[in-house]
Design a protein around this ligand. Sequence first.
Ligand code: URA
Length: 230
Amino acid sequence: MQRLDRFLSEAGVASRRELRAIIRAGRVRVNDVPASAPEQKIDETSDRVTLDGEAVGPRGPVVLLLHKPTGYVTSTDDPRDRTVMELLPPQYRGLAPVGRLDKDTSGLLLLTDDGQLAHRLISPRHAVWKIYDAVHEGEAGEADCAAFRAGLTLRDGTVCRPAYLRPLGPGRSLVAVCEGKYHQVKRMFRAVGKEVVYLKRIQFGTLTLDPSLKPGQYRKLTEEEVEQLC
Ligand code: URA
């Protein structure tokens, strides 16, 4: 048997001081009954504890897929801007974003507490493909596709790996890249004379952004999805 507040703090939900308020607000339930006090005893092997309806417990690695809205920075904390962490409930506070999306970019962002997995997914050695939907100035044509395929040289001389561009019509294209340089997609378009005005990531490796997931919403990946991603 264990105290409820100790159990929750060890699961990374919040500090024991913060938990007092969370429990008092009726947000924690034990076997579907609102918890009465931080010192309530629970049997961690059999009791089901939830916070805001989500199960809490000693957990294995967690990977979340967030539909990042624009206006949030991809960071665990920031003195000025709202961060993507503010979109998640307290029990996921220990997670970190996998790579980054710019403040004005939306779309699929992974967050995890598995450092090895995060490293693997952003390592250039593993070359995970990401697909972006870009709204841009001008109209992309065959010459642009060829330039992306050949490996663009950015304005500062950085050489990119081959990437794939699929024009969808005037001012809109899909682009697939297998690396994650700073502002990479925007700088690639700039290198062919087209400014990106809106960017959304719609695919990361084997994962696509669920159409049902609204900006700001997230879901936990299944074990199968994590395995496929690896
Ligand atoms: N490329 C960019 O330019 N911005 C992003 O946020 C992601 C890829």
